[in-house]
Write a protein that binds this ligand. Sequence first.
Ligand SMILES: C[S@@+](CC[C@H](N)C(=O)[O-])C[C@H]1O[C@@H](n2cnc3c(N)ncnc32)[C@H](O)[C@@H]1O
Length: 257
Amino acid sequence: MAEWWQELFDEKYLTLFAEARGPLHTAQEAEALAALLSRHGAPDDGEILDLACGFGRTAIPLAQVGYRVTGFDLSPLLLEQAQEAASETGLALEFCRGDMRQLPAAWSGRFDALINVFTAFGYFEAPEDNQQVLAEVTRVLKPGGLFIIDLSHRDRVISDYRETDWFEVDDLLVCTSRQFDPISGMNTEMMLWTDDSGERRSVFFKVHVYTATELSQMLRQAGLTPLAYHGALASPPDAFPFDVFSRRLVIVARKEG
Ligand SMILES: C[S@@+](CC[C@H](N)C(=O)[O-])C[C@H]1O[C@@H](n2cnc3c(N)ncnc32)[C@H](O)[C@@H]1O
């Protein structure tokens, strides 16, 4: 049986989630990423890997400000969209398809920085698979290279937990049902809506939601030292300090050596 992360990231994802990270939000996130990269010493024309880049939302604006950007993702549809959008800018971005647990062997020590944004981590049921993603991040970074991760975090998710919820996107009303397992730390969500043709649709996902404490330990175990914590990918980066109620957890970490 296919895993949820092999099935969600097609036109269903674009319908439900693309608007949540529309052009204004994306411009702010890209500006924040560029500011963090610069603040922590990534070269202005450095090689950046956007890990789980989706449709190129953050990869393309980073290339526009001078970084040499590679996007990596599993979804053929999102990669196709990323490639099309990049072609329109005339910039030479590279895109590569694969599973984030195993990046290309030839990439060892290649990148000045890696970014992983909009909760593209914690997807694997086995905890060691999520740790393996971080091991791969470390492997493909240059010594001293940076890793920036942006995701939701457990303290906030629990403080704001609603087992049922709804939101509107375009003309669709999407109902959400949630279940959190405090032992595994996994949050399961089912979203239901009726599409334009009257057909009932649903998506399901199940993600490990970490505290800043847990994620910091995982980073250290992978050879990445946390340098800074922020509560959002905002510009300026210090606009939202990280605390238990922050909507997001953003960690900047450095590969030792
Ligand atoms: C929530 S989206 C975030 C996309 C992008 N970072 C952004 O900010 O728009 C998560 C991304 O992870 C990708 N993904 C899911 N499972 C993956 C895997 N095993 N290996 C690589 N990418 C994966 C999806 O295709 C999707 O593009």
